[in-house]
Design a protein around this ligand. Structure first.
Ligand code: FES
Length: 317
């Protein structure tokens, strides 16, 4: 652990963690746009800047990338910090004058209107790169990337064409701070075939990456679950029951355990994707598996791992 000061408050933080995390853990607010705990920090938006004094040195740094150090003195709202943050917001507002979060932050810092320099009327992407990092680091699809330079820099699919490795998970839209990435599920999608237009059922559409993906439907209800391509990819990489991929969660029933067969080995515990398993001691003082029915998603993955076939699947209606 290291000891440091943030805004005059003495705090302790784990060695190697960022100033942003240390501040948040101690209830100190620092504004951010490009930071998300799920991906590695990159420091692209520069909104999280803080002033650091270490010995005789003072500098302005991005708190989402800068690690804490012993004796460090940090200010999150000094005049130098406010000036730097204001400059960042002026540029962001000039680039994306219609983005709600940018307008709100700008107003908070007293910026009333965007400057003339670099003004872009219809831009909604702040180039924070969260979507790119999420797609590469979390999903490992690598479907999108930056292209161009300067004012022409943008995030897009390779060569601006269809992002063929996009699995349609929508992580990019989920992490985007401006909401410019849209994921649409279209109920009656059509496709042009030699004989004319045919209806192909439900489709997930991500216009930003020119991507259209056919949806897999629930084997019981017939309702769309998720893109077929995405489920196929997960099926190849995870040892989960087929139920997990072809029956929607709401249509699966919780499982039960046959206590006479269960030996309480716990092999199902680690593999349950929703943590619905626990071991209990029953009336006969035996250790047995117990499924928490309010947690169980009915995917039947535990049945793959139960060496005694003690987990019982309810009959499908
Ligand atoms: S949040 Fe730190 S640079 Fe964007």
């Amino acid at each position: 652990m290291v000891q440091l000061t943030i805004n005059g408050k003495k705090i302790k933080a784990a060695k190697g963690e960022t100033i942003l995390k240390a501040a948040r853990d101690n209830g100190i607010h620092i504004p951010t746009l490009c930071s998300n705990d799920a991906v590695e920090p990159y420091g692209s938006c520069r909104l999280c800047v803080v002033e650091i004094t270490s010995g005789a040195m003072t500098s302005i740094e991005t708190s989402c990338t800068y690690p804490v150090a012993e004796g460090m003195d940090v200010s999150t709202d000094s005049p130098a910090v406010m000036k730097a943050r204001k400059a960042v917001l002026e540029l962001l507002l000039a680039r994306c004058p219609n983005v709600k979060i940018i307008k709100e932050l700008a107003a908070e810092y007293g910026i009333e209107k965007p400057g003339d320099h670099l003004f872009m009327e219809n831009e909604y992407c702040i180039l924070c790169g969260l979507c790119v990092r999420g797609c590469h680091e979390i999903v490992q699809a690598g479907a999108i990337s930056y292209s161009g330079n300067g004012k022409n820099k943008k995030v897009e699919a390779p060569f601006g064409e269809e992002a063929e490795s996009c699995i349609g998970c929508g992580s990019c839209a989920f992490v985007c701070p401006t909401g410019i990435i849209k994921v649409r599920d279209v109920a009656k999608a059509t496709e042009n075939m030699p004989g004319g237009e045919v209806e192909i059922g439900t489709e997930r559409v991500i216009d930003n990456w020119n991507r259209n993906l056919k949806m897999q439907t629930c084997k019981i209800s017939g309702n769309p679950i998720a893109p077929e391509y995405m489920l196929k990819r997960f099926q190849q990489t995870m040892l989960l029951s087929p139920q997990f991929f072809n029956i929607s969660m709401g249509r699966r029933e919780p499982l039960t355990v046959d206590e006479d067969l269960c030996v309480g080995c716990g092999s199902c515990l680690e593999e349950c994707p929703v943590g619905a398993m626990r071991l209990i001691v029953n009336d006969k003082n035996e250790i047995r598996n117990n499924i928490m029915s309010n947690h169980c998603c009915g995917c039947q993955t535990c049945t793959i791992y139960c060496v005694r076939s003690a987990i019982k699947v309810p009959a499908m209606a």
